[in-house]
Design a protein around this ligand. Structure first.
Ligand SMILES: [Mg+2]
Length: 229
C-alpha cells in the first residue's frame, strides 16, 4: 500500500511563498490610486471577470491592475501609474523563490518512499521559472502546469500516470483547487492552510470532511503518513 501511494503537491503557498507578493503589489497599487473606493473589491471583481481571458498568474493580475487604473481614471489615465504597475509586475516576475519552512527536508524524505508529482496552475513560463529556481525538481517524478485544477484536470493527470484515485493524495493550501476536487474523485485531500489565501480560492460553504485531512505544517505529513500504515 505504502509504496503504491502517489502524492501530489500544489506549489504556490504550499512549497513556496506566492500570495504575499500579490498582496504587496496590491498595496502598492492602492497607494498609487487613493481615489479608488474599496480598491480590494474592485481589483478582485476585475480579476474574476478576467480569469476566462487570462487564466491565473502574474500577467493576468497586472493586466487587471492596469484595467482598474484606466477604468477609474475618469478618462484621464495616469501614465506614471501605468508605468509603475508595469514595473510592479516585472518585479514580481523576477522575485526570488522563498521556500516555506521544512519543505525541502520533507520532500527529500518523502521522495525516498513515494512518487511525488507537482501540480500547479498559473502562467506556464512563470511556473516553469519558479520550479527551476526552487531547486525542488529533483524530488518530483513529474510536474504538471495546468490552467485550472478541477476534477477533470485531476482525472486526466491520474489517467496519464496510470494512478488509481484511491492511491492518490493531494497536498495543498487551497480547499477549492487542491483538496475538494481530489476528494470528490475518490482521492484524499491534505489541506495545509497558509496565512494568506487569495479570496478567489476561498470556499464559503461547509464541506463534508470525509477524506479531507488538515495539517498545520508540511512536516506533519511525515508523521501522518506513518500513522496510516
Ligand atoms: Mg497554492
Amino acid at each position: 500500500m505504502k509504496n503504491k501511494q502517489i502524492i501530489g503537491f500544489d506549489a504556490d503557498d504550499t512549497l513556496w511563498e506566492n500570495e504575499v507578493f500579490f498582496q504587496r503589489a496590491q498595496m502598492q497599487f492602492i497607494e498609487l490610486h487613493p481615489h479608488i473606493k474599496d480598491p480590494e473589491d474592485v481589483i478582485l471583481q476585475i480579476e474574476k471577470e478576467n480569469i476566462k481571458f487570462y487564466g491565473f498568474g502574474i500577467k493576468g493580475f497586472i493586466l487587471s491592475l492596469l484595467e482598474a487604473s484606466v477604468r477609474y481614471s475618469n478618462n484621464q489615465p495616469d501614465f506614471q501609474n501605468i508605468d509603475k504597475i508595469i514595473k510592479i509586475g516585472k518585479d514580481m516576475l523576477a522575485q526570488t523563490i522563498q521556500l516555506l519552512p521544512e519543505v525541502e527536508e520533507t520532500l527529500r524524505h518523502l521522495s525516498e518512499h513515494y512518487a511525488l508529482i507537482m501540480i500547479t496552475k498559473g502562467d506556464l513560463l512563470d511556473q516553469q521559472r519558479k520550479i527551476e529556481k526552487s531547486g525542488l525538481l529533483k524530488y518530483f517524478s513529474s510536474t504538471e502546469i495546468v490552467s485550472e485544477k478541477d476534477e477533470q484536470t485531476y482525472l486526466e493527470i491520474l489517467e496519464k500516470n496510470n494512478i488509481s484515485p484511491k492511491d492518490f493524495l493531494m497536498v495543498g493550501n487551497s480547499l477549492k483547487s487542491d483538496v475538494l476536487p481530489v476528494r470528490n474523485i475518490g482521492g484524499t485531500g491534505i489541506y495545509i492552510p497558509h496565512k494568506f489565501t487569495w479570496k478567489h480560492e476561498e470556499v464559503k460553504s461547509t464541506f463534508d470532511l470525509q477524506r479531507v485531512v488538515e495539517l498545520k505544517t508540511i512536516s506533519a505529513l511525515k508523521v501522518w503518513l506513518k500513522d496510516q500504515i
